[in-house]
Design a protein. Structure first.
Length: 113
């Protein structure tokens, strides 16, 4: 499985971005897809996750602002990010879980104040 993340960039505080993660290869028995982020000097943290059944979970810091979704026909997972804050600045990684864990290459999101 290969994951290709895109959609990062520079945005002003209060703005929006949509990240995409396109998956290719054999995706048998996917248990969950998600987005994580890692800010400079900090550990990687969960942002949003969606189970195979469609249930979602979000970090408290992004609840009400970010939305994870997926398009099964396109094998793509999205992260819609609204009301962005400078503290959302990080490299965002998509993640896919089967019996293995797969990571995308990361896409940088920079939010200016």
């Amino acid at each position: 499985v290969q994951l290709q993340a895109s959609g990062g960039g520079l945005v002003q505080a209060g703005g929006s971005l949509r990240l995409s993660c396109a998956a290719s290869g054999s995706m048998f028995s996917i248990s969950a897809v998600g987005w994580y982020r890692q800010a400079p000097g900090k550990q990687r943290e969960l942002v949003a996750i969606m189970s195979s059944g469609g249930s979602t979970n979000y970090a408290d810091s992004v609840k009400g602002r970010f939305t994870i979704s997926r398009d099964n026909a396109k094998n793509t997972v999205y992260l819609q990010m609204n009301s962005l804050r400078p503290e959302d600045t990080a490299v965002y990684y998509c993640n896919l879980q089967t019996i293995y864990t797969y990571w995308g290459q990361g896409t940088l999101v920079t939010v200016s104040s």
